[in-house]
Design a protein around this ligand. Sequence first.
Ligand code: ZN
Length: 356
Amino acid sequence: MSLPYKISTLLYAFNSEGKVLLLLRKKEPNLGLWSPFGGKLKMEEGESPYMCACREAEEEIGIKLSPSDLHLTGIVSEHGYEGASHWLMFLFRIIPPIDRIPPANNEGEFAFFSRDELENLPLPQTDREMIWNLFWEHQWGFFSAHCHCCEGGKNIWTIEESIKDASALSLLEKQRLAVSRLAELRDKDNDKAVFQNPSGENEPVIDLNSHHYFMGEALRQAVKAAEMEEVPVGAVIVRKGKIIARAHNQVELLKDGTAHAEMLALTQAQAAVGDWRLTDCTLYVTKEPCPMCAGAMVNTRISTVVYGAPDPKYGAAGSALNILQFPSLNHRCSVISGVRLEECRALLKSFFLDKR
Ligand code: ZN
């Protein structure tokens, strides 16, 4: 059949609850049906599928993505779709969670649905009979499928590639990447994530307003430590708006009294930067650093230290002593204290209460 070949991208966006964002389409193809959003590749501009996906995300849901925010889950080719054209579709899973319903646009309106809710939705035929199943099975892996659309609406499917790589580890890794990528999405000028909606007005939707957000990431690390019966302290190091190191206390696990969250994070950060000088880095830690860690922060020339709960007994950022700003040392760190203080303190408190 001599038909035009069209190339498109479909984007599968999820919120933090794991619900998928679908578009009730008010245009053909798929008028009146719920499907992932996306659109045709600008072939005349030589657009790549990834570039097309990023552009569609910005145009349709107003969020700026880069190719590293996308996982190519599958490729579907459709032969003779509705007798009118052949289609080649690239299915991308957007890695960072999208937590707001974008406003309706001229393509249609949006809503989030759980996997179960899809059963009762009007869906395009190929989505219902094959693509959703393939998507769920391969969302962190890869598949390639071909659909031969026959006259009379019957479809013959061939699965040409199937890699169901959904190991817990790779999933976790991708989610971690997602979080650090979120940090990068911050708008350079006002230090806030910007969700540019298609009407043109800028509206921050993800509160990445740095100290609160990054301390949240340190808190997540601290929770991990608590789960492993370690003193719940977590740290992250941020450079140019991006997390380059995350660690939690591992003294018990490593049987190493120096394996404090900050020490481990500093080592990671030096490896990431490729230098022992961390002059343009900010370290976030849930508890005021001890003298050892404060000393290490001075030695690695950390620019700013942000901590949550003070430690009147051992705190070396001003509570018991002030190593971070010791006058005769050749480097002094800026110090910001009390960020998400209650949460940081509560975590430590509950841990020590448990121990008694
Ligand atoms: Zn320490």
